[in-house]
Design a binder for this molecule. Structure first.
Ligand SMILES: [Zn+2]
Length: 377
């Protein structure tokens, strides 16, 4: 097992959720501490609050991964009577490095809004409010015939070969591979100084360029050769659209009112806010942007959503949504706490693939500032 350094973990996160995808002035990315910090224990959280930092200290954590950036309102001074400033001081005193992936994680494939769409059991999920196009690449790898099936499985599991509604897409051709090991080699087959000819399979798969590092790593792990031969080819014919939100079809059509109830149950909420002129309308197409996505509602209308799910809807924006004939479900911003489960799973997968000896801990703090009080009368 290898030692993990903060900069390696950050590089992996930025491969997964490239900084180039961030919205406007979002202060996403590196927050506090040292990039050369050795990392054994990582806390995964939605928010970094004073209680989260206390938890990190108690848990002996070296690195905090958060969805929300820590310094939304930059400090004007470092007067430690301010709890927010004391929190920065606690992080520095305990040498804890903090990193946040925000709107880039919202947009990226397999990020926040895909997790929410998955939790909502949406089908045919596509991005909406398209702002970027991500290039695709082709990986070509040559393996001995005996290892072709295991290689195809490894490539698929690492995220290659997903095209639209199809997965495990690949193309294989069989041919003859030739090589001559030198005296310095430790060949899987063949002898030093003797030209070898073996039956090999050429496997070709497509993948998003951002997945290159993880797929190559999986390919090398599944390959029996000392020096695997492979090629990475940029593709000009196809690109993957990237948008902040996701839109998809409900498994079973139901009324807006029933769908609101379903959202309550899905995210284990005490209640939510419904904005709708017609709660008895049937729902087929649902758009979602976790967090504060009120400003994206025209894009949800344009994309054909019957219902738009987003948090923090502002009073006057609610009027505009009604005027546009859109039904909106506001389940609150805290549904994004799904990041704790999902990002922990992603980190654990990377640790296994890359041989990192690190422990990933989900924060137990509930950082939703809101509580519902029901009228008892
Ligand atoms: Zn958020």
């Amino acid at each position: 097992m290898g030692k993990l350094v903060a900069s390696d973990l950050i590089a992996a996160i930025e491969d997964y959720a490239p900084l180039a995808l961030k919205e406007g002035n979002d202060p996403t990315g590196f927050q506090i501490g040292r990039r050369d910090k050795s990392v054994e224990r990582v806390l995964v959280t939605l928010d970094v609050r004073p209680e989260t930092v206390q938890e990190a200290i108690e848990q002996n954590v070296d690195f905090i991964f958060a969805h929300h950036p820590v310094m939304f309102r930059p400090a004007q001074n470092l007067d430690l009577s301010d709890p927010q400033n004391q929190m920065y001081a606690d992080l520095l005193t305990h040498d804890i490095t903090v990193y946040a992936a925000h709107t880039n994680l919202d947009k990226t494939n397999g990020g926040m809004n895909d997790w929410l769409a998955e939790a909502l059991q949406l089908n045919d999920v596509q991005p909406f409010n398209i702002t970027d196009y991500q290039p695709l690449i082709k990986l070509v790898v040559f393996v001995p015939e005996s290892h072709a099936e295991q290689m195809r499985i490894a490539l698929n599991q690492a995220g290659a070969g997903h095209i639209g509604d199809y997965q495990a897409c690949s193309f294989s051709t069989t041919g003859t591979g030739r090589f001559q090991p030198t005296e310095a080699a430790n060949p899987y087959s063949g002898q030093a100084g003797k030209l070898e000819a073996v039956t090999e399979v050429k496997i070709e798969v497509m993948l998003p360029a951002v997945m290159q590092a993880q797929v190559i790593q999986a390919m090398l792990a599944a390959h029996p050769y000392e020096e695997p031969v492979y090629a990475v080819i940029p593709l000009a014919n196809q690109q993957q659209p990237i948008g902040i939100g996701r839109i998809g079809q409900v498994a079973q059509s139901m009324t807006v009112r029933d769908y609101a109830q379903f959202v309550c149950e899905t995210f284990d909420l005490t209640g939510l806010r419904l904005i709708s002129n017609d709660p008895d309308k049937m729902v087929q197409t649902v758009a979602v942007v976790g967090g504060d996505g009120g400003k994206f509602f025209p894009a949800a209308v344009q994309a054909g959503a019957d219902v738009y799910i987003t948090g923090d809807v502002y009073y006057h924006t609610g009027h505009d949504m009604l005027a546009a004939g859109l039904s909106v479900i506001d389940p609150g911003h805290h549904v994004e706490s799904i990041v704790k489960d999902k990002m922990t799973q992603v980190f654990e997968k990377w640790a296994k693939q890359r041989g990192w000896s690190a422990t990933f801990i989900k924060s137990q703090q509930k950082t939703d500032p809101f509580t519902f009080i029901f009228n008892a009368k």
